[in-house]
Ligand binder design. Structure first.
Ligand SMILES: Nc1ncnc2c1ncn2[C@@H]1O[C@H](COP(=O)(O)OP(=O)(O)OP(=O)(O)O)[C@@H](O)[C@H]1O
Length: 512
């Protein structure tokens, strides 16, 4: 697609098939497979954060192919350098990942998503120690060669807030154009059963000509959907049935009461290749970038007294729940879904949809929607706006691991999302409400939202060449409390005074 082509031709005239999609979402949610090329099953939270550099400059197999220049960013698990492919001068980013699990997840997700227009392109990768099964290497893991993208959505928001070039705010048509691209990227992920788990503005990278791409798949997981169908009269071979696939139009229903059986990773990847051949995606052309800046995070005023609720905590007998396969400590706090904050280990793509809602709200209001300073403060802010989490608002919530441990005082008059998005239109608030709602099953899928009336109402999304693409904001690329990932989640970080009173069951805390 060129910049002058219509931006979302597929949106107009499509049927909105919400019922089927909701059913499909329920079916997709439950079975999760953790990827582990190296066979390890730990989650990112398990290991200490690695800060040591793997000395990318000393790897001749890399430096012979790529000219490596400045470090342009760093995150919890990675240092990122700008580079050029010697053979053709292609601009690349070399991401030196210090954690094997994170590297495995990112490489596999990007391989599955290869060719998706709104997902960063993986050009090449190198494992340390010469192979991905090198058990001796327990530290610096891999270098991923990615297409270089010069800026990100956090910079767009910051620029609009600060009035870069004398222009404040983001035009509605521009906001829609960013949203449509984000939705397409997320829809591509979810269609391929990839759950990103860390969607936030700084992980939405943007090329110089306005193409937005999802990046940082180090926490991604894959829903385990391809299944073997047991032998029966209609399927005498008993092999994998293509109708039971990750393609959303095909409901993942098992009429047979037997549990679906997982297939091995190689078979799975083969199936993905087959499906991709059957349902081809648009190929991506690499974009040159012309700016290199440090990573940035948006910041906010976190001292809003209105958000300080009271809660009390009852210790769980028997300690931590160790039965879940997934960690609830994924994503960046400000964008983390309430079910994760209540310790869910049984979740699906709906956690990405909550994050999307937070991103859209920030794009429209230029302020983070729920800038919590701790997990409890995060929940408190959500409850102040949406009201208490109850079986009525989220059937099944009382079964969440931490639901019986954290109690908030009754919020008689929730502020509503309108309070966090002042001066925004009803249709914009409605859009965010479709994502930022307690019940994960009620959240609209990316596929559904791409058909939403909001995107075909005036003003329409602008063409890419009308998007303002500011240079990446320079600034601190260290982990901030809200945007940072791990290790910054102390429940009481940055709180003011607290009054702790022992109760019969546990203790209560009143924020002062
Ligand atoms: N393809 C790219 N092009 C340009 N810059 C990039 C690219 N990929 C990453 N970066 C820069 O490097 C920074 C760190 O990358 P990334 O977020 O992928 O690492 P991480 O360790 O997984 O981060 P996090 O702490 O958010 O999990 C990004 O904020 C971005 O500034």
């Amino acid at each position: 697609m060129t910049n002058s082509e219509p931006f979302f031709p597929s949106i107009i005239g499509q049927n909105n098939n919400n019922n089927n999609n909701n059913k499909k979402k329920k079916e997709l949610t439950l079975v999760i497979q953790s990827w582990a090329v190296d066979g390890r099953s730990h989650d990112p939270m398990d290991g200490p954060r690695r800060t040591k550099s793997w000395s990318i400059h000393g790897r001749t197999e890399i430096t012979s192919l790529y000219e490596i220049s400045d470090r342009i960013g760093s995150g919890a698990y990675a240092d990122v350098y700008r580079g050029r492919r010697r053979s053709d001068g292609l601009d690349v980013a070399l991401k030196e990942v210090h954690d094997r699990q994170s590297a495995s997840r990112e490489i596999e997700a990007l391989q599955v998503l290869r060719g998706s227009r709104n997902v960063v392109d993986l050009v090449d990768y190198f494992w340390s120690g010469g192979g991905d099964d090198d058990e001796d290497d327990d530290g610096d893991a891999a270098v991923l060669v990615l297409e270089f993208l010069c800026t990100d959505l956090a910079s767009v928001i910051r620029d609009a807030k600060e009035g870069g070039d004398g222009r404040f705010g983001i035009r509605v048509g521009e906001a829609k154009a960013w949203m449509v691209q984000i939705l397409r990227g997320v829809e591509e992920c979810h269609r391929c059963s990839v759950v990103h788990r860390d969607l936030k503005p700084s992980n939405l990278l943007i090329s110089a000509d306005g193409v937005l791409k999802l990046a940082d798949f180090g926490q991604a997981i894959m829903l385990q959907v391809p299944t073997f169908i047991p032998m029966d009269d209609e399927n005498p071979q008993g092999h994998a049935d293509e109708n039971v696939s990750h393609i959303p139009q095909q409901p993942l229903v098992q009429d047979d009461p037997q549990e679906p059986k997982p297939i091995c990773e190689a078979d799975y990847l083969q199936e993905i290749d087959g499906l991709k051949a059957k349902y081809p995606m648009e190929t991506t052309s690499l974009q040159d970038g012309d700016t290199s800046c440090l990573a940035t995070c948006s910041t906010s005023d976190v001292g809003d007294v209105a958000f300080k609720n009271s809660y009390y905590f009852e210790p769980e007998e028997g300690g931590l729940n160790e039965h879940g396969e997934l960690t609830s400590c994924v994503g960046t706090r400000w964008f983390r879904a309430p079910e994760l904050l209540y310790g869910s280990t049984d979740y699906g793509q709906e956690i990405d949809l909550w994050s999307l809602g937070c991103i859209f709200a920030e794009l429209l209001s230029l302020e983070p929607l729920f800038p919590g300073t701790s997990d409890i403060d995060q929940l408190s802010r959500i409850i102040t706006v949406l009201g208490n989490l109850t079986e009525e608002s989220y059937p099944g919530c009382s079964k969440l691991p931490d639901y019986g441990k954290i109690f908030f005082e009754k919020v008689e008059n929730p502020l509503g999302l309108e309070s966090r998005m002042p001066n925004r239109s009803r249709s914009e608030i409605q859009l965010v409400k479709k994502l930022v709602c307690y019940d994960p099953m009620s959240r609209a899928s990316a596929e559904e939202l791409l058909e939403d009336a909001y995107f075909i109402e005036e003003p329409l999304p602008v063409p890419l060449n009308e998007l303002r693409v500011p240079p990446k904001s320079s600034g601190n690329d260290e982990i901030s409390p809200g945007y940072g990932g791990f290790g910054s989640d102390s429940e009481f970080d940055e709180f003011g005074g607290v009054d702790v009173v022992t109760t019969e069951k546990g203790f209560s805390i009143q924020f002062l």
